[in-house]
Design a binder for this molecule. Structure first.
Ligand code: ATP
Ligand code: MG
Length: 231
């Protein structure tokens, strides 16, 4: 699969087809699971991210991740959450500016600018999800992986995160897992459809421009899924 730079690619497919698993392989976060192993190759800017010379921690700065459930660090303030991923040698004098930029990028600044020292967990669910997006943006990644980022949000918060994805795609490469067909159609430029085979392993069935996938899918299984016949 090629993920186009400065575009949104949606990963779709029924539960259990391996979307999260694939996403985790892209920034090597599966390596925190003791028994996980990976085959194949993932390249970023022409470099194999599994090359022994590349540190997983460094990679995860370049390939940020936003999870399905907002997971702000419970003991930290809003500002502290945003700067949590920064290296310790970033001086305090630079942090305030980074916090503002990331929170503006995540379309949260106006709502929290007067209470940056309050706990991150004091925010609403939608705000917490945008806080997690700000945390991911603060380290200035190249790629943003988002695993069902709106599945626990109400329609208003969902709309704001969707708007955000569109504007973030100007600067970042975004890969988003979604179960919501309308969302995929609204926010993504490219779409990939996956299914798990009888072996229980996820396979890519089809990948194309979203417009094409939703109007003229090439595989009948994609069409069945998009039109809601299964999954
Ligand atoms: N390519 C693969 N190789 C090995 N195991 C896989 C592969 N794809 C999926 N699996 C296994 O299938 C299970 C479900 O995968 P995963 O959680 O990634 O699915 P998902 O598509 O994210 O589902 P959901 O929509 O419910 O979040 C996991 O146990 C995972 O290890
Ligand atoms: Mg998943």
């Amino acid at each position: 699969m090629d993920f186009a730079p400065h575009a949104v690619t949606a990963l779709m497919g029924p539960s259990g087809c391996g979307k999260t698993t694939l996403l985790r392989c892209l920034n090597r976060i599966h390596e925190i699971l003791p028994k996980a192993r990976v085959e194949g190759k993932v390249s970023l800017d022409g470099e194999d991210v599994y090359d022994s010379g590349i540190s997983a921690i460094e990679l995860r700065r370049r390939v940020g991740m936003v999870f399905q459930r907002a997971n702000p660090f419970p003991t930290m303030s809003i500002a502290g959450n945003v700067t949590a991923g920064l290296l310790s040698d970033v001086p305090n004098s630079a942090r305030a500016q980074i916090v503002e930029k990331a929170l503006r990028g995540a379309a949260l600044w106006d709502e929290v600018k007067d209470k940056l020292n309050q706990p991150g967990t004091s925010l609403s669910g939608g705000q917490q999800q945008r806080l997690c997006i700000a945390r991911a943006l603060a380290v200035e990644p190249e790629v943003l992986l988002m695993d069902e980022p709106t599945s626990s949000l109400d329609p208003i918060s969902t709309a704001s995160v969707e708007d955000l994805m569109e504007s973030l795609a100007k600067e970042y490469t975004i890969v988003v897992v979604t179960h919501n067909m309308q969302q995929a159609a609204r926010v993504s430029n490219y779409s990939a459809f996956m299914l798990s085979g009888e072996d229980g392993i996820g396979h890519l069935i089809e990948m194309s421009e979203t417009r094409q996938m939703f109007t003229k899918p090439t595989d009948p299984r994609t069409e069945d899924y998009i039109t809601g016949r299964f999954g």
